[in-house]
Design a protein around this ligand. Structure first.
Ligand SMILES: NC(=O)c1ccc[n+]([C@@H]2O[C@H](COP(=O)([O-])OP(=O)(O)OC[C@H]3O[C@@H](n4cnc5c(N)ncnc54)[C@H](OP(=O)(O)O)[C@@H]3O)[C@@H](O)[C@H]2O)c1
Length: 242
């Protein structure tokens, strides 16, 4: 069973929402948490709220800034990539630049951070990588141009990492939450089944990390629509979610 006390975790995307709740939860369990995102003020406030959290502002879409942040973070036992962006957008009302921005944070940003962290963990022969995917990454959903594909890419990347890193001492997990009440879902104008608070989602995420399972999706039964639904013909799945 995983104990977080005394371990050093870098949470990217820790200023608000799920990442913030995870930073607080991990620090309360006795972990040293390095908290990153763009909003320096929110990170400073987070560090004041809970001992054990150190702010490290960074924009994951800036490779130079990421390289500098990696230096300042130093060796970490765990990396939790929770940075994310989302704009509801249908292919029928495509706004240039939006999908690129979302993908830059959700997927390319993850690649940039991992390109530094993974080799360092492999060299040390230990480490934990946790990527926050989404139920939206399993199948093509309406109004998710940019977001859905970027999460699918991140979840696929987790599988690539898992197979390559088996035997290196570096473990990989992909946690796929359903709806969480955050800044991102405040942009939705539809009913969100089984929506969770960030604290509730953080609690389930820590439980998933502790389980050691590669891929964990929640909350049930909503998550079953996506985990089982990926085996359905696309027309049937899309008729169900519509
Ligand atoms: N909300 C949901 O229903 C839901 C469902 C499934 C998965 N998720 C995933 O959960 C994660 C957290 O999202 P959330 O819902 O908690 O939203 P949120 O409150 O908006 O948090 C997103 C985090 O990402 C950071 N971020 C965004 N752009 C960044 C950039 N360029 N560089 C560094 N950090 C950046 C934000 O901080 P700054 O703005 O300060 O940079 C913030 O800390 C995301 O990966 C999201 O896709 C969310």
């Amino acid at each position: 069973m995983t104990t977080f006390a005394g371990s050093r975790w870098w949470i990217v995307g820790a200023s608000f929402g799920l990442g913030r709740a995870l930073a607080l939860a991990l620090a309360r369990e006795g972990a040293d948490v390095i908290a990153s995102a763009r909003s320096a003020d929110a990170l400073a406030e987070l560090a004041r709220a809970q001992p054990g959290i150190k702010p490290l502002p960074v924009d994951v879409t800036d490779p130079g800034a990421v390289a500098a942040a990696v230096e300042r973070a130093g060796a970490v036992d765990g990396l939790l990539y929770a940075a994310g962006d989302y704009e509801p957008m249908s292919a029928r009302a495509w706004r240039p630049g939006v999908a690129e921005q979302v993908a830059a944070v959700n997927f390319i940003g993850a690649l940039t951070v991992l390109s530094h962290v993974v080799p360092a963990m492999v060299a040390r022969g230990k480490g934990r990588i946790v990527l926050i995917g989404s139920l939206a990454g399993f199948r093509g959903l309406p109004g998710a141009i940019g977001y859905g594909a970027s999460k699918a890419a991140l979840m696929h990347l987790a599988e690539n990492l898992r197979v390559d890193l088996t035997g290196t001492g570096v473990t990989v997990q992909c946690i796929n939450p359903g709806f969480i009440a955050t800044r991102l879902t405040a942009r939705n104008d539809f009913r969100m089944p089984q929506i969770m608070t960030p604290d509730e989602a953080a609690c389930r995420t820590l439980r998933a990390i502790r389980s050691g399972r590669f891929s964990v999706s929640f909350p049930a039964p909503f998550a079953w629509l996506f985990t089982l639904g990926r085996h359905l013909p696309v027309a049937l799945f899309q008729a169900l979610v519509r």
